[in-house]
Ligand binder design. Structure first.
Ligand SMILES: *[C@@H]1O[C@H](CO)[C@@H](O)[C@H](O)[C@H]1NC(C)=O
Ligand SMILES: *[C@@H]1O[C@H](CO)[C@@H](O)[C@H](O)[C@H]1NC(C)=O
Ligand SMILES: *[C@@H]1O[C@H](CO)[C@@H](O)[C@H](O)[C@H]1NC(C)=O
Ligand SMILES: *[C@@H]1O[C@H](CO)[C@@H](O)[C@H](O)[C@H]1NC(C)=O
Ligand SMILES: *[C@@H]1O[C@H](CO)[C@@H](O)[C@H](O)[C@H]1NC(C)=O
Length: 877
């Protein structure tokens, strides 16, 4: 290790000597990539090596356990695998410490060590993570104290908690990791699912200025750091396997942390000189520097706003904020100069990336330190504003990446902070929401939800049903107070209802109908490009026709297959629906929502460009498609996927979004049979539509799927979508259309007919004959019950989409593994997840809400990441 570090250093030195200013010179050769650190990647409680989702191998932990008098600590398996975990490794096995115990790791004596811990709050044997409180120390660092993974998971709506630290070199060559169950809790224990120990080159070796306090600096070489946030600004999520120098960090997308409606534009520039001496590989992967976010293109607008990110942090600690820059657009100094503010204080009077680096596409990072007192409500504000004092050519600002680290307290070398307070977080979110009324630009959406989430968004997921159930009992009082009101405490995406005044800028060539925000988020196609893609709207390329016009199959960028929806220029309604769709979809990214790649709006032609769905609509695979029948399990998975998409619409975005036209032709299937909800032309947003709220509107939608209550009262709630989804469920089960006028009167409407059969107990008779024998009876029972509840006459008696999702997932378990699913249900004292009848659908049952949204961004789904890169790579700007 030492030898390699030396080698690296000499390489750097030589490079330096040969080229006094290599970063400035065009032909500067990047230094050799640093050696990969020898890392320990450990799955605690595992008995043999296991392979994680990304192919990473995780070793068992037993040989690192410190010997204790009480014998080897227990290894246990989690009772339930949260569907949001993505991978069983390292989460399903755990090491349990019922008394003080831990690990010893041999590490190099001369390098910092990155150490990461994973905690999945579940039930382990007889132990419930809700009873786990513990302290964690490593050598003389106090990393955690009185830590509850269950509370943190619930408060942050994460399936698991990850804590990451970079510790100073340990002269003894040993990391002594000690878990101590909290005294004062009867039966308290400690547990851990995974540990990663990764020696790292010293990338924290400068002395950043302490913002707001004269010219004091903070010497980073004397501190351990805890990673709080790490964002690839304007870019996609970079998963551990794609991090540089084998450090296995995750870089999240910054969008959820942006404050206010002003989100500027993201820019992708491929040509980046990387790595350099100033920015060697361990600092950040290349992708961080290829994507950036800058302000709008209107200088007047930019004068009036700050590009702002807000981070929830623990008070009474010093933080180091590392900003990554790389300007791929400017070429000279004083073209783009801006102020950097941290907590409303000037951190940098004039930031001019080109002046710093000497050229286009050269990366650089800057560190700033600041003390976070407890007056600022635990929010750390980062804001950029153009500095016009020196009359730069453009009124703009730019940022490529941001990391926020907590420094250990000096007195105790501690990072420990209290457990997050759920109720407090909730009230903060509520307050923020009240401030931002529906019509205004509304800000404050980046709040408690993502608190503490160094670990952040990827993990922002579902709390396991098991854990949640327990917690629901524990916090029953609190949650009932919350129910029905808060849809907004998850990481939120800007205002889905945008007003063009929010940033105001318009590119003259662009649509006059669309908000800048929407424009900024989507790729803009010229009519020429659209014509090229569709061979001048070749009739042979038509794959669908609707009231709005035709849908063509096309090809862009040489090979990418897309679906292009062209509006009928005669139809005014068409134009409105197009706009709705762009506004909605450009803001929503979810694995189970169809992805909008971009749009064209030129010469009275409007066209929307979507990801191409190779397998077409769900309907054509059920009947009328002459396609091979789908097996039951696959149908169930498609239902679950669509339920997730709808659940996300209802609860995951800033405002409840009601789809209004849920039907089997609006559920599309991609090449991998992933269900995607499409067609948002009729969607409505409302300011937090809870059980009481409603949007009154003209009745729209499709017959056969229409909520009778909506029809009677013309009041729209998200329960109307639940009703339509109930029809979809029966359609999937019975493989017949929602309306079939050729049948006898009582059978015309599938909803009526299926309900009648279900109530009489002869549903079996109308099930798709091709499914006979394929459905486990328990699964069928659960599925039919769920569909029936969806069709309840009154919206308040229908379950929320979250409940529907829970029940469908349970039905899938019953199908796949009836015994263990029933046992798991018994273990948590729940009868297979009874459907909670309409508490307004407010309190989600910890079911997948943001997980897919995140999984889109985490790009474990390559399709989605491709699209994302399309979006951040708007050609022809
Ligand atoms: C991660 O790396 C793999 C292999 O190099 C690549 O295929 C994938 O696109 C990368 N993903 C991201 C998000 O960069
Ligand atoms: C921060 O320190 C102040 C003063 O010592 C104390 O009153 C406050 O409770 C602390 N806040 C937190 C969150 O620890
Ligand atoms: C910074 O200013 C914003 C409003 O511009 C305010 O809400 C916030 O509390 C301020 N933050 C601090 C740390 O003073
Ligand atoms: C930008 O933020 C700084 C620091 O908080 C503040 O002084 C300034 O007024 C803000 N500017 C705008 C236009 O909001
Ligand atoms: C431990 O954490 C719990 C939950 O946050 C809190 O109620 C309790 O007061 C804490 N105990 C100590 C000793 O700090």
């Amino acid at each position: 290790m030492k030898y390699r570090t030396c080698l690296l250093f000499s390489v750097l030195l030589i490079t330096l000597l040969l080229k006094p200013s290599p970063a400035l010179s065009e032909e500067a050769r990047p230094p050799n990539p640093p050696p990969k650190a020898e890392s320990l990647i450990i799955s605690c409680g595992a008995t043999e090596p296991e392979t994680g989702e990304d192919g990473q191998s995780w070793q068992p932990d037993d040989k690192y356990l410190t010997s204790t008098s009480g014998g080897e600590p227990k290894a246990e398996t989690a009772a339930f695998q949260d569907p949001a975990l993505g991978s069983a490794v390292p989460f399903m096995s755990a090491r349990i410490f019922e008394s003080r115990g831990g690990y010893e790791f041999a590490v190099p004596t001369d390098t910092r060590v990155m150490i990461r811990f994973y905690f999945y709050a579940s039930t382990y044997g007889t132990l419930d993570a809700a009873d786990s409180y513990f302290a964690l120390t490593v050598n003389d660092y106090q990393l955690l104290n009185n830590f509850s993974a269950a509370i943190a998971s619930e408060a942050l709506t994460q399936a698991y908690i990850m804590k990451e630290f970079s510790l100073l070199p340990s002269p003894s060559g040993v990391l002594n990791v000690v878990f101590t169950p909290s005294a004062g809790y009867k039966g308290a224990f400690a547990f851990v699912n995974g540990v990663e120990v990764i020696p790292m080159p010293d990338i924290f070796d400068d002395s950043p200025p302490l913002v707001g306090i004269g010219d004091q600096t903070v010497d980073l070489t004397t501190y351990g750091l805890q990673s709080m946030y790490r964002l690839n600004v304007g870019g996609e999520v970079i998963p551990p396997a794609n991090d540089s120098a084998g450090l296995r960090r995750t870089w999240y997308n910054d969008f959820p942390y942006l404050f206010g409606g002003a989100d500027g534009r993201s820019v992708y520039k491929k040509d980046v000189k990387y790595p350099t001496v100033e920015v060697p590989e361990p600092v950040a992967p290349r992708s961080v520097y290829t994507t950036s976010r800058s302000m709008s293109e209107d200088p007047m607008v930019n004068q009036k706003f700050n590009l702002t990110w807000v981070f929830q942090v623990d008070a009474n600690f010093t933080y180091m904020v590392r900003l990554h820059f790389c300007d791929g657009e400017m070429t000279r100094a004083n073209q783009r100069a801006f102020h950097i503010y941290l907590n409303n204080q000037t951190a940098q009077e004039t930031a001019d990336v080109i002046a710093w680096t000497g050229g286009k596409g050269i990366p650089i990072y800057k560190d700033y330190a600041l003390y976070q007192n407890d007056k600022s409500g635990g929010n750390l504000w980062l804001a950029l504003h153009p500095n016009t004092a020196s009359h730069p050519e453009f009124v703009d600002a730019i940022l490529n990446g941001v990391e926020v680290f907590k420094l250990n307290s000096v007195s105790k070398r501690s990072f420990a902070a209290p457990n997050p307070e759920l109720s407090e977080m909730m009230s903060r979110v509520e307050d923020a929401r009240e401030e931002s009324s529906f019509e205004t630009e509304g800000g404050g959406q980046v709040v408690g939800a993502i608190a503490g989430g160094a670990t952040g968004l990827a993990a922002v997921v579902v709390v396991s049903a098991v854990v949640l159930h327990k917690k629901r009992r524990r916090t029953a009082g609190k949650s009932s107070r919350r129910s029905g009101s808060s849809n907004n405490w998850l990481p939120l995406y800007g205002n889905s209802h945008t007003s063009s005044k929010s940033t105001g800028s318009r590119r003259s060539t662009n649509s006059s109908h669309l908000s800048t925000v929407a424009q900024g988020l989507c790729r803009h196609f010229s009519l020429q490009e659209i014509k090229h893609a569709t061979r001048n709207f070749d009739e042979a390329k038509v794959i669908g026709v609707g009231g709005f016009g035709k849908v063509y199959k096309g090809v862009i960028d040489g090979t990418m297959e897309v679906a292009i929806k062209r509006s009928n220029p005669q139809s005014e309604q068409g134009v409105n629906e197009f706009e709705t769709e762009i506004e909605m979809l450009s803001k929503l990214r979810h694995k189970h929502l169809v992805s909008l790649i971009g749009f064209c709006d030129e010469d009275d032609e409007m066209a929307l460009v979507y990801d191409f769905m190779a397998n077409g609509t769900l309907r054509e695979h059920l009947y009328k498609g002459n396609k091979p029948p789908l097996p039951w399990k696959q149908r169930l998975e498609i239902c679950i996927g669509s339920a997730r998409g709808l659940h996300y619409l209802h609860t995951g975005a800033k405002y409840t979004i009601i789809h209004r036209d849920v039907k089997t032709t609006n559920i599309l299937l991609d090449g991998k049979w992933v269900a995607k909800v499409s067609d948002f032309g009729l969607s409505k947003t409302g300011p937090d539509l809870n059980a009481q709220a409603h949007v009154s509107t003209v009745v729209k939608g499709s017959f056969g799927y229409l909520d009778p209550e909506y029809f009677r009262r013309q009041q729209l709630t998200e329960k109307s979508d639940v009703y339509s989804f109930g029809v979809v469920l029966f359609e999937v089960l019975c493989a017949r259309p929602a309306l079939n006028p050729s049948l006898s009167k009582e059978q015309v409407s599938l909803a009526d007919w299926a309900l009648q059969c279900q109530r009489k107990g002869n549903l079996e008779d109308i099930i798709d004959p091709l499914l006979k024998g394929d459905i486990n009876p328990e699964c069928l029972k659960k599925f039919a019950e769920t569909a029936e509840k969806c069709l309840a006459d009154a919206g308040v008696h229908r379950p929320s989409m979250g409940d529907v999702l829970w029940n469908l997932e349970f039905a899938l378990q019953l199908q796949e593994n009836p015994k263990s699913a029933a046992a798991a249900a018994a273990a948590i004292g729940q009868k297979g997840g009874e459907i909670g009848g309409g508490n307004g659908g407010g309190r989600r049952r910890g079911l997948s809400t943001v997980d897919e949204e995140v999984s889109v961004l985490t790009s474990d789904d390559t399709d989605d990441s491709e699209i994302f890169s399309q979006i951040v790579n708007p050609k022809g700007r």
